[in-house]
Design a protein around this ligand. Sequence first.
Ligand SMILES: [Zn+2]
Length: 390
Amino acid sequence: MVETRHQTRLLTLLRDEGPMSRVELGERLELPRARVGAEVTRLAEVGLVETAGPSASRGGRRSTLVRLAGDLRVLSVDVGATSVGVAVTDASCEVLAHAVEDCDVRQGPHPVLRRVAELAAKIRDEAPGRLVAAGIGLPGPVSFAEGMAVAPPIMPGWDRFNVRDHLGGLWGCPVAVDNDVNAMALGERHAGVARSTDDLMFVKIGTGIGCGIVLGGKVYRGVAGTAGDIGHIRLDDFGPTCACGEVGCLEAYFGGAALARDGLALARSGRSAHLAEVATERGAVTARDVGRAAAAGDFGAVNLIRDGGRRLGQVVASLVSFLNPGMVVIGGGVAQLGHQLLAEVRGAVYRRSLPLATGNLPIVLSELGETAGVIGAAWSATDRAFTLSS
Ligand SMILES: [Zn+2]
């Protein structure tokens, strides 16, 4: 689709900064006007850009604006441990339609991706157009280069299943496959609370815990794609057993699964009237119940969140010392526990990290909430689609 490196830069610039005149494009890309004109003409012929109304006059002739074609569509998917979200965006990654539903990732790739395809078909009707790219975030370690999850602890059946080829075959467009936390970090970087921040950490607290690292505006994935897998940092050699088979991992203390486990224990111990009621009614307690109980002032539930937040804060403090980011964003389902959690994490980080590292360090909640993942996946998708294919 894209034929030259100049076209890649031009499309990316239009996505990131919106419509521009040919003159502005030439200045920003440092290309002669004739060259910009030729690339724009070519991209218009293949339907990737179009010309819009005239821009403000610069003392001479009024020039028309070039923008990404309005009918281009991107499908983006956020697979969590217990839910899937699917969005249709335009080529600038603006969400046009979005749907989320419960879905257990442990069912394996075929049932989950079938459901994704059904949801996608439904919401594409709400925002019709030409599909040019797709992106998907998965809740486990992903080989970005191969487009698949590799030995994911909570995703039985997904190991080395080629998600990129599967969805590419289905939708007939380039597909980017990434870790869900990386996608969320990218979403916040481009469209959320971290818009003007090139170096940031996005800490996701969902069923498990992970961290997306953005350095110099780009996701840092590490050699094999497992950078930021902080959920399995060991805090205690004699701690609780983790889903990964080890003991004492951060995730075994905190995160959705650990909160549900501890919430149920609390209910049974009789130390939380609120949670005991939930447990009697439904036979189980979720992280959300713990959050609700804490919000209602239940002492036991508040303590669970404080303890968890403090442990998470210890790890985040170490990472801040190591990386010196410009912002720490906390997101994911359990982040809805909100300000109590945030206060604990802030307390731990500001106490334990050097003043120079924390002096200008905002530690904030995600702004995009449940759309962070799909917006980030759309960003990865367009990056891939706008790149010269070899
Ligand atoms: Zn673990």
